[in-house]
Ligand binder design. Structure first.
Ligand code: PXP
Length: 269
């Protein structure tokens, strides 16, 4: 796997202006709230509460991020309702709300009207979203939700494993976007497995593109494996969270976002 770090540093040395990328970057800022909740979950009114995800969202936008993503989970382990309400008021690029298909969260989305909703499967015991939605198995529950979100003017994305049958159902539902789950590629331990997964992602991207769906990708993408993501065709947007937050611990959010944008710059679709 190519290490893109050197290339990235070279580019930064040449210019520190915002890199121009045809591939758009949505920054998932959940883990800013994770840090805050680790200390202040039981003291939300404390005058010392920090860090503020809304402030970080503005910094990411200033660095060139094309959108901000937040996942309001049923267990509220990181983002809180008030965070998402404030993001709605303050995000000037695009707010993408990741959420499970529960009545409570759907009502919340219909009240705040994010620009996009990305429907994801959600399990209480998981550390992060573990797999794509099974649209084939849950069509009956998901179809009315897609209709309700559409009637509020919200674009709908579906987080899917790279499986053509799942993409067929997303197209049937009239979803605008599919987000392909890149977690298996990102975490592949062997080159053989990485190649297999990359092929599945490539085929799925072509399949979705042929349905006129916007093709996004996300999960596990970092400053190293992004080189592999460039091999997936037809991508419009990447949603990246953990690796940017982790990098920001060392160099700050503005630089972490700019570095990632620099690595996305020469995507050839
Ligand atoms: N896309 C979706 C649908 C996700 O659930 C997540 C994790 O919240 C991400 C992208 C970002 O994944 P990561 O934090 O691994 O970059």
């Amino acid at each position: 796997m190519t290490n893109c770090f050197a290339a990235c540093s070279d580019r930064r040395a040449r210019s520190y202006s915002t890199p121009v990328s045809t591939l758009r970057l949505g920054v998932n800022i959940d883990h800013v709230a994770t840090v805050r909740q680790a200390r202040y979950a039981t003291m939300p009114e404390s005058k010392n509460v920090e860090p503020d995800p809304v402030t970080i969202a503005s910094i990411c936008e200033r660095a060139g991020a094309h959108g901000i993503t937040a996942h309001l989970r049923a267990d509220r382990r990181h983002m809180q309702d008030r965070d998402v309400e404030r993001l709605r008021e303050n995000v000037i690029t695009k707010l993408n709300l990741e959420m499970g298909n529960t009545a409570e969260i759907v009502d919340f989305a219909l009240r705040i009207v994010p620009d996009e909703v990305c429907l994801v499967p959600e399990k209480r015991e998981e550390i992060t979203t573990e797999g794509g939605l099974d649209l084939v198995a849950h069509a009956r529950q998901l179809s009315p939700t897609v209709k309700r979100l559409h009637s509020a003017g919200i674009r709908v994305s579906m987080f899917l494993d790279p499986v053509p049958a799942q993409i067929d159902v997303a197209a049937d539902f009239g979803a605008e976007i599919v987000e392909l789950h890149t977690g298996k590629l990102a975490n592949a331990f062997t080159e053989r497995f990485a190649k297999q997964e990359l092929e599945r992602l490539q085929e799925a991207a072509v399949h979705a593109f042929n349905f006129n769906l916007q093709v996004n990708a996300g999960h596990g993408i970092n400053y190293h494996n992004i080189a592999r993501i460039h091999e997936i065709p037809h991508l419009t947007e990447l949603n990246i969270g953990h690796s940017i937050v982790a990098r920001a611990v060392f160099i700050g959010f503005e630089a972490a976002v700019r570095e990632m944008l620099a690595l996305m710059e020469d995507y050839r679709g």
